[in-house]
Design a protein around this ligand. Sequence first.
Ligand SMILES: Nc1ncnc2c1ncn2[C@@H]1O[C@H](COP(=O)(O)OP(=O)(O)OP(=O)(O)O)[C@@H](O)[C@H]1O
Length: 355
Amino acid sequence: MTQVRPETPAAAQDIVFDHVVKTYPNATVPAVDDLSLTVPAGEICVLLGPSGSGKTTALMMVNRLAEITGGDIRIGGRSIRDLDPIRLRRSIGYVIQQTGLFPHLSIAENVATVPKVLGWGKKRIKERVGQLLELVGLPVDEYGRRYPSQLSGGQRQRVGIARALAADPPVMLMDEPFGALDPITREHVQDEFLALHERIRKTVIFVSHDIDEAVKMGDRIAIFREGGKLAQYDTPRTLLKEPADEFVARFVGADRGLKRLTLTRLADLAGSGELSPARPDDRSLPVLPADASLRAALSLMVAEGTEGVLVTAAEGAPDADGAARADGTPAGGTGAGGRVLGVASLDAVRKAGTA
Ligand SMILES: Nc1ncnc2c1ncn2[C@@H]1O[C@H](COP(=O)(O)OP(=O)(O)OP(=O)(O)O)[C@@H](O)[C@H]1O
């Protein structure tokens, strides 16, 4: 995706759930029971938990698609109770699994929906649509006139994201947005969304069923248990390292160590002095850049049957000291490898997974 910024981006706002309760009419037990948590401005919070534990309900209360029955939700300090639901919804991006694109409208028209409702002028809408489609990697000249049925699932999901961003909302709600995509497209769209989020820094609440997705996407994860109760709210790292109880431990799975490896980069090992210096023999080891995860390093070692990987400076990282490169070309040359930082041994990677 290209370096286009939305015009005058709205500052992100924090979202506070303050003892929130939701009991549906005729229900005997609450769908969400006394939920209190704060999503800091600009962060991604993933709601995770078994089916029926209240994730979607919690999300839909934020834009008042479900009305709260107790407690309060505040966005940027303002209670949603004090805001007109329709205006509130226009000010919040909403992305769902079935993208909800209008099949009879072109891609450009789909993205323009909310700005049109808000009464923006034609020129401003056109500019905005162009920027947003560019931002999600679907240039308007090529894709703007197509219809949703003429795009792949992943592309449609990106249009859904562009449309949700159209009015530059400070908050985005995403309900299993990538749930219908095949695993490869899904990973790709997740990566793209994370890169996009780096730039736009909205406050995002994201519902997921999938612990791997939650660990990858979330700055924080809220784990719900049956009965709409919050079991734990923490960063992925803390959650994997210190699950609050048996339920959370079971939910995040037996391979917690492996998941933690996803969160740690080879650069972190380099930073804490846990790489060993490369010796001439190590030139035959598989090579990974420092921004690769320890999980990727472990997979590569297993696949190649080695006890280490050679770690090079990540692409774009400074390469100043004239050391040799992994591919044998001198520093400053045009070889694909970066400066060699050292060797990540199987032991060092294992240790990081259990630390
Ligand atoms: N409109 C509704 N009317 C009555 N009960 C509802 C309604 N929507 C959801 N519920 C109930 O509220 C509880 C929480 O549902 P919710 O959809 O929020 O859970 P969820 O964690 O998002 O589930 P899933 O992962 O299966 O989507 C469930 O018991 C569900 O049956």
